[in-house]
Design a protein around this ligand. Structure first.
Ligand code: FAD
Ligand code: SF4
Length: 510
């Protein structure tokens, strides 16, 4: 039997400038772009998928946090907002964020979808509209509840604490097959259990005949009146970004899925495209996250167990979701109080420690993506609203309560200006009652949205419900920038459901 040629091009294979022709060119291979590329390949379209990052194999993953971040994340993992300073990790890899994320899958709750429809003049983004797409993505990726066998004490202590307080909690649903509970999701799954898009949607698109250009950075979208004609850019060396050969992809239809920080920059730099509403780059929202560490009398071995295996949605309507968490020690060190010997002593507690986090629904905390001179990296302005700040402090206090209910000996709340270590619930209540400033919180914001938001009114949004730019006939966006508002829960599954719907709409036009 002859095997079809798989057309995945890597940096070493590019020897000269070149041009390609496609029905559809898709920019970005994260959860949004990968779904579109596979679905349209299945529909018979000639697809070229362009990704700036290189492909990774399990042998390329390193557990050393700093080195891993330098290779898989934009700006070496040091990207951050200004205004309120908050790190935001964004991937540069075949598979985008799905390569480094924790694989948590969560359907947007009814109240979030209802709110989208009501506030953004959307008629077809209801539970009933999106559920068939969630179902299809869930079946394809094997999304299922994390089994008890791979939870590990870090996750099960969270369950114990929630149950003691009567808080609802459950194992997270994740897109994994055969997870071993190694807790390594952030630096790449060496067991290939995580169903990241590089080994699922992109691999199937390739098998179906798509061409994938990796290490290829799109620098410009080419248009003619209301029609996009294709994209142009440079081949870039992995990890250094050094540009070499030029390429151009001519296409009947263009889909931008470069992520909610890169797509607006591409549009603005290509001549302020799709910006009749003036909303390109605006409305930047995050789910800002806070993390709390608890130290137990007994061994926890926090490195073992699914990276984020348990969650509680008890406080979702109030504005925050609680989760268990693990990350490489280099990353944890940034969130720990003290330095030098004091920090070293804290590290001695790690074998008896668990880390849990909260992500906030922070609609009032808004920002903007702006182009940076001479670079495709964005400038990110964002400010934490005082009401959202109070919400996050409340989330820290609930996590602290759960830690003590689970039997923790002490809790490190990760808040500047108060004792670094809290030894009782009474002490926690006293310390957390004061007013905090944004700079007192150790924040992280890896879920980002809304910079090319969906709106039924072309004067107030960049794309329509199907992801098509209001100002163009054949230019679509399929990354988390299209969310009209943050979804209150982990966004990947919703993004993939929306991207699948976009692909189906495109297929009818080809
Ligand atoms: C550490 C971490 C943990 C997370 N955990 C979860 C989780 O458990 N569950 C969940 O639901 N969400 C999680 N998220 C968020 C989730 O991964 C993102 O929301 C999702 O990846 C966004 O998908 P996207 O397709 O919009 O963009 P991305 O995943 O960012 O993909 C965009 C792709 O486009 C490429 N690109 C950018 N510019 C160009 C260009 N000019 N030319 C060519 N290619 C370009 C990028 O390299 C990237 O590969 C996590 C994120 C991080 C960072
Ligand atoms: S916990 Fe380990 S085995 Fe499971 S998906 Fe994450 S990295 Fe892979």
């Amino acid at each position: 039997m002859t095997q079809a040629r798989v057309d995945l091009r890597v940096f070493a294979q590019y020897g000269r400038d070149f041009e390609e022709h496609a029905d559809v060119v898709v920019v970005g291979s994260g959860p949004g772009g990968a779904v579109v590329a596979k679905e349209l390949t299945d529909a018979g379209a000639r697809v070229v998928l362009v990704e700036e990052g290189p492909p990774f194999t399990p042998a390329d993953y390193t557990l050393e946090g700093g080195r891993s971040m330098a290779r898989t994340l934009r700006e070496g993992g040091l990207r951050h907002t200004t205004g309120t300073v908050m790190p935001t990790l964004q991937a540069i890899a075949l598979g985008g964020g799905s390569l480094v994320n924790s694989a948590i899958c969560h359907r947007a709750p009814d109240f979030a979808l209802d709110g989208w429809c009501e506030a953004f003049a959307l008629a077809h983004t209801t539970r009933a509209d999106l559920d068939p797409h969630y179902d299809a993505v869930g079946g394809y990726l094997g999304i299922a509840a994390t089994p008890e066998a791979v939870q590990g004490p870090r996750n099960l202590l969270f369950k114990r604490g929630c149950e003691a307080l009567g808080y609802h909690c459950e194992p997270t649903l994740r897109n994994v097959r055969g997870c071993r509970g190694s807790g390594e999701c952030f630096s790449g799954c060496r067991s290939r259990a995580k169903q990241s898009t590089d080994i699922t949607y992109v691999a199937d698109a390739l098998r179906g005949g798509a061409c994938v250009l990796s290490s290829a950075r799109v620098e410009c979208v080419e248009v003619d009146g209301r029609r996009a004609r294709g994209v142009a850019g440079r081949i870039v060396a992995p990890f250094t970004g050094r540009p070499s050969h030029r390429f151009r992809v001519h296409a009947r239809l263009v889909v931008l899925a470069a992520g909610c920080m890169a797509t607006p920059v591409l549009l603005l730099r290509s001549g302020n495209l799709a910006n009749g509403s003036g909303q390109v780059g605006r409305n930047l929202q995050f789910h800002p996250g806070v993390a709390v560490m608890g130290v137990f009398p007994e061994a926890v071995h926090p490195g073992f167990g699914a990276t984020q295996g348990y969650q509680s949605c008890q406080f979702l309507r109030e504005g925050f979701k609680l989760e268990t968490l693990w990350a490489p020690p280099a990353l944890l060190a940034m969130r720990m109080p003290g330095s030098g010997r004091a920090l070293k002593r804290r590290f001695e507690d790690i074998p008896r420690a668990a880390i849990w986090d909260a992500i906030g629904t922070c609609h009032a905390s808004l920002g903007r993506v702006l182009p940076r001179r001479g670079s495709l990296d964005p400038r990110l302005a964002w400010r934490l609203d005082p009401g959202d700040l109070a919400l996050l402090v409340r989330a820290i206090s609930v996590l602290t309560e759960i830690f003590f209910a689970a039997g923790a000996r002490s809790v490190l709340p990760g808040l500047h200006g108060i004792d670094a270590e809290i030894r009782s619930l009474d002490q926690a209540r006293r310390l957390l009652a004061r007013t905090f400033a944004p700079g007192d919180l150790v924040l992280g914001g890896n879920h980002a949205f809304c910079t090319t938001r969906m709106h039924g009114d072309p004067a107030r949004g960049v794309v329509d419900e199907l992801g098509r730019c209001h100002d163009f006939d054949n230019l679509y966006i399929a990354d988390s920038g299209v969310f009209p508002r943050c979804p209150s829960v982990n966004p990947m599954w919703t993004l993939m459901a929306l991207a699948r719907r976009t692909a189906q709409a495109i297929a009818t036009e080809l």
